[in-house]
Design a protein around this ligand. Structure first.
Ligand SMILES: [Fe+2]
Ligand SMILES: [Fe+2]
Length: 145
């Protein structure tokens, strides 16, 4: 892959993780069960680590990472489900399930990119986290039926 294409794709992947953090923050507010809330908080922090590691890789190849804005103005990645109108733990988890399906899809795509090995290993590690996030959320929804 050309360097310009890699930087463009990495910026989008970072943006995806930024959107995920905003979605998690909204979900965490709607969840009353302490155990679920703390698990989602850990997942949110893992997305922060994804941003940190991908941003470092991007800088190393001459790119500029997108800025993280703490004031939420709406998701940039289309397909992210807003949690604004949803209530309750199950509603929040269902929205996060579809959001994490999207992160899993994008990271699965990214794993096939022809990029430097150090970038590939970051993507591999992040994808493992994303799979774990998705399966926890799926399993938790199952127990609430
Ligand atoms: Fe992530
Ligand atoms: Fe995730």
């Amino acid at each position: 892959m050309k360097n310009d294409d890699i930087t463009k794709e990495l910026r989008q992947l970072i943006q995806l993780d930024i959107d995920a953090i905003h979605a998690y923050n909204a979900a965490i507010k709607k969840i009353e069960e302490e155990a679920i809330r703390s698990q989602l908080t850990r997942f949110r922090d893992e997305h922060q680590q994804h941003i940190t590691s991908l941003s470092a890789a991007l800088r190393e190849i001459g790119g500029t990472p997108p800025e993280f804005s703490p004031d939420f103005k709406g998701y940039i990645i289309s397909g992210f489900t807003s949690l604004r109108s949803l209530t309750g733990t199950k509603g929040a988890l269902k929205a996060m399930f579809s959001n994490e399906k999207l992160t899993n899809e994008k990271y699965s795509e990214a794993i096939g990119w022809d990029v430097q090995p150090f970038i590939k290993s970051i993507i591999t590690q992040n994808l493992e986290d994303e799979r774990r996030h998705l399966s926890y959320i799926e399993g938790t929804i199952e127990t609430m039926r």
